[in-house]
Design a protein around this ligand. Sequence first.
Ligand SMILES: NC(=O)c1ccc[n+]([C@@H]2O[C@H](COP(=O)([O-])OP(=O)(O)OC[C@H]3O[C@@H](n4cnc5c(N)ncnc54)[C@H](OP(=O)(O)O)[C@@H]3O)[C@@H](O)[C@H]2O)c1
Length: 367
Amino acid sequence: MPTKTEGVEPAARGSAWRPGSAKIDVGILGATGAVGQQFIALLANHPWFRVTWLAASERSAGKRYGDLSWRLPTELPEETARLSVEALKAGAGPHLVFSALDSSIAGEAEIEFAQAGHIVVSNSRNHRMDPLVPLLIPEVNPEHLGLLPLQRKVKGWSGAIVTNPNCAAMPLVIVLASLRTYQPKRVLVTTLQGLSGAGYPGVASLDATANVIPYIDGEEQKIETETRKILGRLVADAVELHPVAVSATSTRVPVINGHTESVSVEFEKTVSHEEILAAFRDFSGEPQKLELPSAPQPPIVYHDAPNRPQPRLDVERGGGMVTQVGRLRACAVLGHKFVLLSHNTIRGAAGAAILNAELMAARSLLG
Ligand SMILES: NC(=O)c1ccc[n+]([C@@H]2O[C@H](COP(=O)([O-])OP(=O)(O)OC[C@H]3O[C@@H](n4cnc5c(N)ncnc54)[C@H](OP(=O)(O)O)[C@@H]3O)[C@@H](O)[C@H]2O)c1
């Protein structure tokens, strides 16, 4: 049976951003890593943003970007290749910076940039669970941007920090959000995570090849806690965590890009197989309504074929921004189970942060 993914593309990359106005300059912190390179690839020809400033560690600082190793199959844009990599220096660089910094450095560095007035749209884990920092998925919790005025007031920053979730939490939350009406109560998830999720150079080839590593440091806790924050309600300037209980097992598998997840869910309310399929199909959010340039249309795609989605065949669908689901069936323990797939460095990282910034631009929050 054919899969239902034909024609799924991100919204046209030509949507108007204040027609006639110039593109917004953006910088990338951690521009040389796996996620940093994905930012550069996704921002090439972006209708609203243009990359004008790059920063990384002292190892890369002072070098021309084009002289460093480019590891993506798309061409490195010439105007980016010409830029010289800067050392991390808050106050330098454009007002809007995307952060793809290693978490060993991101915590402090992002605060320094926010203090210096930058809007930091980050991938790193360090500030995700800070009660005053939005942990944002524009389709799921755009109202959490309402934390920003309080963040500025309490922390005294003239800039701000907004984060996107862990790459394995991302697709799980999108799918649970589509089923929110039925009140997800308990979730069991086992992940099979691609190698690019470990950054570059990542896992040693002798550990990764023809193998499964049943442990990823810190990953299970991120999936279990971030899910509850993102699905939580913003009540009186604070996010009330969602009551769903999530139990995660994370594994690393020899796949380059793409996190596959086997998920079982119990709901408070009774829900049929057909109602779940309809919820996947009908799910949509503010990015789709606003036709943001990186918004996947639709955000969730369900595969009828019993052997899909597969990372090698499907991960690039919808520009890597679509959350793909298959194998919905009964679960003897929790009621319902399915498999999902998401591109970890696009929907799970750089693409997610760009969509966050697009939503902020559309809401005039980048000023
Ligand atoms: N990979 C994914 O799928 C994924 C998904 C979601 C979130 N994330 C998060 O995104 C961030 C980046 O991940 P990644 O996979 O791109 O990692 P990566 O490939 O290891 O890249 C790390 C980046 O941080 C820079 N860096 C390291 N130490 C630094 C220092 N002391 N000062 C300044 N820059 C420094 C590196 O610069 P040099 O090249 O100069 O060393 C490089 O640009 C991490 O926080 C990660 O947890 C990753």
